[in-house]
Structures are given as structure tokens and as C-alpha cells.
Design a protein around this ligand. Structure first.
Ligand code: ZN
Length: 340
């Protein structure tokens, strides 16, 4: 069978690999249909010195597929059913796992597609515990964006930042994969959304998703514009994933007691912050990574209710390297989905 394999930094090949054995007890075999790309794939493609992993590595951190077979003691699934997979190999028994805080698992054995082989292959076996059924009416293409893109945002905005209806939120990079989702999820509960884009060509797209105010950060300083838009009150929540270029500006846009939630540092990982400002303004800063199994189900429910991911492009696996380079260059609006 075929697998999209990283053999060296920036070298992806479609390799022939042996198919998995029949699914063992408690396991299902999944035929992968669609893989959605994320920034974690760009990090992996570029190479990361600190990441413990061995090449060659099958890439793909979020995907959807169909149950192709079930092992003994599998009760929740039957062949033909559409599913998505949770991509972190959690233990299922530690305190965090048993409390449903899966992304804080104490014994996680790696993130699929980054530390260990991922989803960009035709078949794989998974423990049924890490598989989530896709509701009726949700396409395989949309479902592929549930485990990371939708779930990361669900976890950031609601579990961490505690976003409430009617609040004002600044969403950085509104045209990015997670930015588009953040706009839709915040608007769905009646928030006011201010967002940034780096190119005027993305303004119409983010407005169509419901953004109330759009700032081109290349033309205007977003922190000044945000304070002007909010009449100097500031926003309740900032949705951060840009990092060094924006972090301090993001803090400046918060109202007293405001919350900043971040899941990324695309522009660089280090910054200095003013601690007096931090405690005097009583900011709350949340680091967020991944999501819980419950967040994946919540995301799929939102899709079943009509919230569709914005798809930038759909490409065959042979074109993934080109797609990853477009993501690196921030030329993408929404998600890139790869098909076998
Ligand atoms: Zn655990």
C-alpha cells in the first residue's frame, strides 16, 4: 500500500509500505480517505532539532476514513462507518485521561504524523478508544478537519479562554486554517470578532465568515486599530498563534482581566513581557495544545449543524510538498485537504 513518507528534511516521497496486520483485540482497521494539513506538518517537513523521532516517518496529523475491519471486543464500530482519529497516543488510564483531559495525558507516546507514523497511508490500525464516529451528513473532507483544526479552536476558545456570548475577541490571522474556524465559532455564539489579515485579498473571505472588523496588519498596527475599534476598552479575548511578532501587541489590546490564549508561535518562539503590566492589568494567559476526545465530538457536532471548514485547496498526495510550501508562505485561505 502507499504511504506519504518524510525521508529527510523537506523530502517527501510516496512510498510502498506493507499493509497493517488484521486488527487486534479492541482495535479497528481504518481505510484513510482524506488528510488535512496543519502547521505541525510544516514544522515536521522543515525539520525540528528537538523533536524526538526517527525518519522515515509517515506524515499526516489529522484525517478521516472508514472502518475497514474490526478486531475482537470492538463494540462501538462496524465496517463501512465513517470515522476520524485522535492523533495523540494517550494511555487512557492516567488521571488526566480518566478525567477527559486527554491532551494532558501523563504517558503520551507521541503525536501521530510528527513523533510517530501518521495518517497519510491507505490503511492503519487504531485502538477503538481513539476513534470517533462521524455523524450523518458530514463529508469525509470536512470531517478530516475536525481532530486538529476545529478541536484545537474549540479547546482554546471554550475550555481555556472561556469565551462567552457577546464578548469581543481578536482573532489573529483570520485567513489561516484555525483563524477561519475561530471566527466561525465565535460568531456562532454572538461574539464581536476583530481579525487580522496580511493581504487585502483575504478581507472579503473573513467578512463572509462573519468577521465584524478586519485589519490588514501590514498596513496598520493591529493594536492601535483594535483599541480604536473598541473605543479604547480593549477586547475580552485574544486568539494568538502568531507568536513573537504579535504577542506583546496582543496583550496591549486586552481589557483589564482579559484573556489571551495561544497555540502557536509561527513568527518565532521567544518574547519578553512586561510583568507589571501582566499583574496590574490582571491578564490571564493560556497555553493550549491539542484538544480532548470530547472536543473532537463537539467539533463534528458543529459540522453536522452546518459549520463547514473553509477549504483552500484539495490536492492528491503527490502534490503535498507544494501545498506545504504554500502554507509556509502564508498564501493559504483555510485548509488544505489531501486525498489518496
Ligand atoms: Zn493518559
Amino acid at each position: 500500500m502507499r504511504a506519504l513518507t518524510l525521508v529527510a528534511d523537506r523530502q517527501l516521497v510516496v512510498a510502498a509500505v506493507p499493509p497493517p496486520p488484521p486488527p487486534g483485540p479492541g482495535e479497528v482497521q481504518i481505510r484513510v480517505g482524506a488528510v488535512a494539513l496543519n502547521h505541525i506538518d510544516v514544522w515536521g517537513y522543515r525539520g525540528m532539532a528537538f523533536a524526538k523521532r526517527k525518519l522515515p516517518l509517515v506524515i499526516g496529523a489529522e484525517a478521516s476514513g472508514e472502518i475497514a475491519g474490526v478486531g475482537d471486543m470492538v463494540t462501538r464500530f462496524r465496517p463501512g462507518q465513517n470515522v476520524v482519529m485522535y492523533g495523540a497516543l494517550t494511555c487512557g488510564i492516567c488521571r488526566a485521561c480518566s478525567e477527559g483531559r486527554d491532551n494532558l495525558c501523563e504517558n503520551v507516546a507521541g503525536i501521530m504524523g510528527f513523533h510517530v507514523d501518521g495518517f497519510a497511508r491507505e490503511y492503519l490500525n487504531m485502538p477503538q478508544r481513539l476513534v470517533i464516529a462521524v455523524p450523518e451528513g458530514v463529508s469525509g473532507r470536512d470531517a478530516a478537519c475536525a481532530p486538529i483544526a476545529f478541536s484545537t479552536v474549540q479547546h482554546m476558545l471554550f475550555d481555556n479562554a472561556g469565551l462567552q456570548p457577546g464578548e469581543t475577541v481578536l482573532v489573529h490571522a483570520g485567513g489561516s486554517g484555525i483563524g477561519t474556524v475561530a471566527i466561525m465559532m465565535a460568531k456562532q455564539i454572538g461574539c464581536t470578532v476583530i481579525t487580522t489579515v496580511g493581504d487585502d485579498s483575504k478581507i472579503a473571505g473573513v467578512k463572509a465568515l462573519g468577521a465584524d472588523h478586519v485589519i490588514n496588519y501590514r498596513n496598520d498596527r493591529f493594536e492601535h486599530e483594535t483599541r480604536r475599534i473598541t473605543r479604547k476598552k480593549g477586547v475580552d479575548v485574544v486568539f494568538e498563534h502568531v507568536g513573537a511578532d504579535t504577542f506583546n501587541g496582543s496583550l496591549l489590546t486586552l481589557k483589564r482581566g482579559g484573556r489571551l490564549v495561544t497555540c502557536g508561535s509561527t513568527s518565532g518562539p521567544t518574547t519578553t513581557i512586561n510583568l507589571m503590566q501582566l499583574f496590574q492589568q490582571q491578564y490571564r494567559i493560556f497555553g493550549s495544545f491539542g484538544a480532548t476526545l470530547r472536543n473532537v465530538a463537539e467539533s463534528l457536532d458543529k459540522m453536522a449543524g452546518g459549520m463547514h471548514p473553509v477549504i483552500d485547496t484539495e490536492v492528491p498526495i503527490e502534490d503535498v510538498a507544494t501545498a506545504l510550501r504554500r502554507m509556509e508562505g502564508r498564501q493559504v485561505f483555510g485548509k488544505i485537504v489531501v486525498y489518496f
